[in-house]
Design a protein around this ligand. Structure first.
Ligand code: FAD
Length: 833
């Protein structure tokens, strides 16, 4: 057995096997796959094998799309039939709201070129007479997906991998990982059979691997412990049952009719497919418990849990309602296995936090569907440094060190239950909340705040009525303008016309200082560094020249900087920054990096009257001038005192109005809040939430990280040349220049439906041609219509171009407008007083 490899993939399920295959296909030699038992002996063996296209994420749609196409090629490549039944997939809707969900999904799917059709109840009945369509509103049909045999597809990928030189070693368990500084020493133990159990033998070897990928299925907690990190992947019980043959189905097939597509009654929370004349029912029921929170017991091998029929009774009855002929058929078989989940239901794919050359591929709940694409894109990330798609939404570092086992287990149970709950884009899930709260939380709640959750933090989305029932926000959700919409409109108007106060405490904040800080940051970010006391907007790039992080960078001293970045990405940003500083320490000198996110609260005050409010409480020898343009110009930072609170005030406003970010010691937050509220009362100050802020920034064409800014576009493609200083050298510069502008970000004003705005996922058309997609969407109070930002071909991203946005399956007029359609010359931001 070889002991020196380029990459060691740990785990021989569908996911690990695909990764090994794709690493070899991407050109890496010496790839080894290690499996403690037999290939497919984890969750893969008992999966139902469905390959649904449907999901609400752009990156995941690409991953699923790749898998579905790739699996169809495996037989030709390997000679092994992967058992792909391309029967299609029929997703039924019992309500118009469900159809609205499908229409939003379809618009996103279309951005990736995924084919679909709409069917009416009558058309469903005509095609599939066994299906009761009485209470259906319609359905979306995917003709090109279906189901596969999970073991067969894994074996085909394994054969393909071997053909490409991958070494597959079974009955070896990875038991310890040691990073030597330039490679991993992985201690592996030979596993042996003993009395039906799989136990470690005394035989051990150490494998020297440049890179390690863990794809350990139901064992992520053991893997996490071995690596000394946290992995919020914990399995949940998932069942499916197989019925005896249904005579009506057998009859129907005998008559020469084709196999039914995979049927999904999302409102009833199940899927059903044919299996040897009977039906497989797979419910996503309430109360499925998390398992193996602290590791898989040695006694659990390719085992199952006992069936819990009571838990799925409701779903069972609803299958009988939908397919009445199934009522009299008996149960033939059942499966209740562990299915790994993560708090948001997305797998964890990418570099492990804090570690070098260690890659995670854990937490797959649709692992058969996702295996192909995960292997492909992860191999790109490892071999080429970046993938074609932005993998950030899957990055393992989207959860920080605040995450615990209890949190992961309860959130994972929630994610499981939510597989078929309406995926409202304005949904906020309730489990494990509130958890991370800023001191002003209680005050905000008492004033009607309806909170959203960002990286565990509670952050007001909007302020609803004071006497709102507990269910207000839940009932306010919609695919159109929800019950919260008018509140956000009023808040946005208040910022444009008066003054608003926004809680931005969740921002990520880093202090970067030390002898090497200036040279390091100059190399690490693409814009000029600001002078002392000033701020700049800048970007840290990937090696491919695309955007890794957006920073507001404040220069506190010659060698001291305060970096503010998006609140959702604290661990993700910290990891990149720390690793880069470490790598460059020899060249630039020592750089100290502190994550000070939880030490500083942030309030943003914005609007034409914001200076008047601050003047009420600012303490200065000359309060009249301290906030004026001369002493406190736009894009500068000053230490000021608001009452007794020392404040690092930064003159920027994400809303595009006159305004300041007030960074303050977190323990003084309530004091500052009370001061601001009292002063604000004299000027009719309104509390404003994240939703209004998100609309306002679009009127200014301010790009948002995770929307317009990500690892699939350079800042030049984001059309931000003013923040890129090409006269200096910086990380990713050559790649940025070489990439050119493949597609370009632009702002659109949209004449959409009267009762709906785009969400920022919709497909864009130019005439009959699909030309791009929205990355943000919302409502503009300044223009009284919908607004959005998105990416299209550069020749189309020209003001005046007429485009169409697909919403609710119709095309709506949109026009590309000059950047910053509201206050294009930044006059109101700079206003003196
Ligand atoms: C009842 C049920 C039905 C499902 N149906 C579907 C479906 O229809 N479609 C779909 O897409 N998904 C489905 N799934 C989910 C799917 O089974 C999983 O997402 C998928 O199998 C995960 O693959 P994996 O490779 O990540 O993990 P696994 O298949 O669990 O493989 C992980 C492997 O890692 C090995 N391993 C762990 N630790 C070590 C170590 N230290 N050293 C060496 N080897 C190690 C294990 O032995 C195991 O073989 C279903 C799951 C269940 C429970």
């Amino acid at each position: 057995m070889k002991t020196h490899v380029k990459a060691l993939v740990v785990g021989g399920g569908a996911v690990g096997t695909s990764i090994a295959y794709h690493l070899a296909r991407a050109g890496w030699e010496d790839v080894m796959l290690l499996e403690r038992d037999e290939l497919t002996s984890g969750s893969t063996w008992h999966a139902a094998g469905l390959l649904p296209y449907f999901n609400m994420s752009y990156a995941t749609t690409h991953i699923h799309d790749y898998s579905i196409k790739y699996y169809k090629t495996l037989e030709e490549e390997t000679g092994l039939n992967a058992g792909f039944s391309v029967v299609g997939n029929l997703r039924m809707a019992q309500s118009q709201e469900r159809m609205n969900e499908y229409m939003l999904y379809a618009s996103t799917a279309e951005t990736c070129g995924v084919p679909y059709e709409w069917l009416s109840p009558a058309q469903i009945k005509e095609r599939y007479p066994l299906v009761n369509c009485e209470d259906l509103v319609g359905a979306i049909f995917h003709p090109t997906d279906g189901y596969i045999n999970p073991a067969d597809v894994t074996m085909a990928m394994a054969k393909g991998a071997r053909q490409r030189g991958v070494m597959i070693e079974r009955k070896w368990q990875a038991d310890a990982f040691h990073w030597t500084g330039d490679h991993w020493d992985v201690t592996c133990t030979k596993m042996v059979e003993k009395g039906g159990n799989l136990v470690p033998s005394d035989e051990q070897i150490v494998i020297h691997a440049e890179h390690v990928v863990t794809a350990t299925g139901n064992h992520p907690q053991r893997t996490a412990k071995l690596l000394g990190i946290k992995i919020p992947a914990i399995p949940v019980e998932h069942q499916f049952i197989v019925t005896e043959p249904d005579p009506a189905l057998v009859e129907w097939r005998k008559a020469g009719n084709p196999e039914h597509p995979v049927l999904r009654d999302a409102d009833a929370k199940w899927y059903v497919r044919e299996e040897r004349g009977g039906w497989i029912l797979g419910p996503y029921e309430r109360n499925a418990p998390a398992r193996f929170e602290y590791g898989v017991p040695d006694s659990f091998r390719a085992d199952l849990f006992p069936l819990d029929l009571e838990r799925i009774e409701e779903e069972y009855m609803s299958m009988i309602h939908r397919i009445p002929t199934s009522e009299t058929v008996g149960l033939k078989d059942d499966f209740n296995g562990p299915i790994c989940y993560t708090p948001d239901g997305n797998p964890l794919v990418g570099p492990a936090p804090g570690l070098r050359n260690m890659w995670l591929a854990e937490g797959f709940s649709f692992g058969i569907t996702a295996a192909g694409g995960t292997g492909y894109y992860l191999a790109q990330l490892m071999v080429e440094g970046e993938a074609e798609i932005d993998m950030a939404s899957l990055d393992p570092k989207r959860y920080g060190s605040w995450m615990t086992t209890e949190y992961a287990a309860r959130k994972n149970e929630e994610a499981y239950e939510h597989v078929y709950i309406l995926h409202h884009p304005d949904e906020e899930r309730p489990a494990c909340r509130p958890l991370r709260t800023a001191p002003a939380y209680d005050r905000q709640k008492a004033l009607g705040a309806q909170f959203g959750c960002v990286n565990g933090w509670e952050r007001p989305n909007y302020y609803g009525p004071l006497d709102a029932p507990e269910t207000f926000d839940h009932d306010a959700r919609s695919f159109k303008r929800g019950g919260w919409w008018q509140y956000a409109v009023n808040e946005a108007k208040a910022v444009r016309e008066g003054v608003g106060l926004i809680d931005a405490t969740a921002f990520t904040k880093h202090l970067v200082k030390g002898p090497g800080a200036t040279e390091f940051l100059d190399w690490f970010t693409c814009n000029k560094l600001p002078k002392v006391g000033r701020i700049n907007l800048t970007y840290a790039l990937t090696s491919k020249g695309t955007t890794r992080t957006e920073y507001t960078i404040v220069r506190l001293g010659e060698n001291e900087y305060y970096l503010v970045s998006a609140g959702a990405w604290t661990a993700y940003d910290a990891d990149y920054l720390r690793k880069a500083a470490e790598d460059k320490a020899a060249e630039f000198g020592y750089v100290e990096i502190q994550d000070v996110t939880t030490q500083w609260g942030v309030f943003a005050i914005a609007g034409p009257k914001s200076r008047d409010v601050l003047k009420e409480i600012v303490k200065d020898a000359d309060p009249e001038t301290v906030l004026g343009n001369k002493r406190f110009p736009w894009l500068t930072c000053r230490d000021i005192e608001l009452g007794m609170c020392p404040v690092r005030a930064i003159r920027v406003a994400y809303t595009g109005e006159l305004g300041w970010e007030l960074h303050h010691p977190i323990e003084m937050q309530n004091y500052l809040w009370d001061q601001l509220m009292a002063a604000g009362a004299k000027h009719d100050m309104k509390l404003v939430g994240g939703r209004a802020q998100n609309w306002l920034r679009q009127e200014k064409s301010y790009r948002a990280f995770g929307n317009e800014l990500g690892r699939d576009a350079t800042p030049l493609e984001a059309d931000l040349p003013r923040f890129v200083d090409l006269s200096k050298e910086f990380h990713g510069k050559a790649a940025l220049e070489e990439t050119g502008v493949r597609s370009k970000c632009c702002t659109l004003l949209i004449d959409g439906p009267e009762d709906a705005d785009p969400w920022g996922r919709e497909v864009l058309y130019h005439g009959e041609t699909r030309v791009g997609r929205l990355t943000s969407g919302g409502y503009s109070v300044a223009f009284g219509k919908s607004i959005g930002m998105g990416y299209v071909k550069p020749e189309i991203a020209v003001p005046g171009t007429r485009l169409k946005v697909k919403m609710f399956d119709q095309l709506w007029d949109a026009e590309v407008v000059e950047d910053s359609p509201y206050d294009p010359k930044n006059e109101v931001i700079r206003i003196d007083g």
